[in-house]
Design a binder for this molecule. Sequence first.
Ligand SMILES: [Zn+2]
Length: 332
Amino acid sequence: MKAAAFFGKKDIQIVEVNKPEVESDGVLIKMKACGICGSDLHVYTSDLLTEDSTKIIDNYRIIGHEFTGEIVEVGEEVKEFKAGDGVTSIHNKGGMAEYIEVHGARLQNLFKIPEGVSFETAATLEPFCNPTHSFHLREPKDNETVAIFGAGIIGLGYLQIVKTHTKAKTIIVDVSPLRLEMAKKCGADVIINAREEDPLKKIKKITGDYYVRYQKKTAGCCDIAIDCAGIPLTFQQCLEVLNPDNGTAIIAAIYEDEVSIDPNMIIFKYMSILGSMGYFKSEAKEALALIASGKVDRNMLITHKLPLKKAGEGFTIQGNTNESVKVMLIND
Ligand SMILES: [Zn+2]
């Protein structure tokens, strides 16, 4: 079977590997759609997270964990799935291949795709689980203001969840006109293109510009600021736009560079900083139910669909934030 293998920085190639055999406690899935994740991009561009994000098949490192497919074979011990079931997967790896074998405890990471949800839309589940977790870490109240840095699939997903569950005011910052346009469609109250205007100035103008005890730096008045961009500047901006009393910064991105911060901002603003990585299984079920409810449009976020054999091209497009939100590899 064909699979997309990581050979080194910016080097993805289609290789021929053995089609996996189904185990007695496993299933064989014919892949239908597999999204390129932000974490896959870290592998692709910087060889970061490579071990955790790939599955070794025939000595190749196969990328991909945001996949859906149809079960084509079922081991005799498996009771919960049957051939023909459409499934979406979390945590399982090796998704950028024509077939994926999942067995044992890992079957718990497969969910049947609800009726009416396409394979492509269902493949946006995994990056919807992370923002579901971020949302529950510190749920915004209706009268609060939330600043979101980064309008990629995670930032937009977080925005969709906040908009579905609360009346909180949302401000989203990015440098990509395409992604900001998408944010508007997802219901963002304010969009800021950081290439065109200074997000700190703009946010302080909207929320008010406040004195911070013992400090020269002023504060915005956001109650929650979430970094989904993962660059040092957006981390610093998150801290600065928070209100002078008890704001919460949620760090939901992975950084390739170290960040220098002003720790006085943390202490004098009585700030909380929460790390948001991963999610609980209950949150994955919740995210899938929200997709199935039709209250959020996840399909809109898929900007490109390419055949699996064009995986290399897919990574190039996914890396260009001006061009894409979510690139999906398709296997028909
Ligand atoms: Zn992912």
